[in-house]
Design a protein around this ligand. Structure first.
Ligand SMILES: [Zn+2]
Length: 243
């Protein structure tokens, strides 16, 4: 394990988390609403220097009201993820693809958890960036068969989610289908076992969480649980453990 690389990427993750938080606040709005550009309480612009200064503390820089996920949650999550990926994923271009996917997936998970949607502005770049970096990695090493498997894996997971979304639109949406493309591509780059394990882990985590909510009486049968965060956690677990 390269400690300097892991530490550097973790530090980069802390800084990136700052920007991701701005994306989360902007896009964690109900479907159909325009992206949030100003503080809902005082109307101060979200990209103002004062706003960004206090952003990691989850406070509006002008009026102090709570904005976005809990203090440092996004920043620390991204730092730990990038640091762990640096320790586990090789070579450099594949690591870059995994880091890019993680950078897009963290805000996706937070947004889906908050408002149950996975915006195209994140799922599109998540897939495109991951695919492009893996294409570069394949051309550097001549591992075209691995790239083909990754592409097929993205199509397979996405297609599987599409079937579920068509059969049960309340359980899965088109955002999940699009997010699955990037996650499936990255997992299948590691292998078919990784793709199946990661996909299964997502469904298992969602089922366990859903059952816990029902048993504890915090959700009824009508509650629509976001699936994105579970799919993302399942995929990242597999990418990190190399299952
Ligand atoms: Zn404010």
């Amino acid at each position: 394990m390269n400690l300097i690389l892991a530490t550097s990427l973790a530090a980069a993750g802390l800084v990136a988390g700052w920007g991701q938080r701005a994306v989360i606040v902007r896009y964690a709005v109900p479907a159909g609403d325009p992206p949030l550009r100003c503080c809902p309480d005082c109307g101060h612009r979200l990209l103002d220097a004062r706003q960004l200064g206090l952003a990691p503390l989850a406070r509006c820089g002008a009026c102090g009201s709570r904005t976005g996920p809990p203090p440092l949650a996004v920043e620390v999550t991204t730092a730990l993820l990038l640091g762990a990926l640096a320790a586990r994923v090789h070579p450099g271009l594949v690591l870059a693809a995994a880091c890019w996917l993680a950078l897009c997936s963290v805000p996706l998970a937070f947004i889906d958890a908050a408002v149950r949607r996975l915006p195209d502005v994140l799922t599109g770049p998540a897939f495109a960036g991951t695919a492009l970096l893996l294409l570069t990695a394949a051309s550097a090493d001549g591992h075209w068969h691995v790239l083909a498997r990754a592409g097929l894996g993205g199509v397979a997971l996405s297609g599987f989610c599409l079937v579920l979304a068509l059969v049960s639109p309340s359980g899965m949406g088109m955002g999940d289908v699009k997010a699955a493309a990037g996650l499936g591509t990255m997992m299948a780059w590691q292998g078919w076992t990784a793709l199946i394990a990661g996909g299964f882990a997502g469904f298992l985590l969602a089922a366990v969480y859903g059952a816990a909510l029902m048993i504890s009486g915090r959700a009824t049968r009508k509650y629509q649980m976001p699936f994105g965060p579970f799919m993302i956690v399942g995929a990242l677990l597999v990418i990190l453990t190399g299952a």
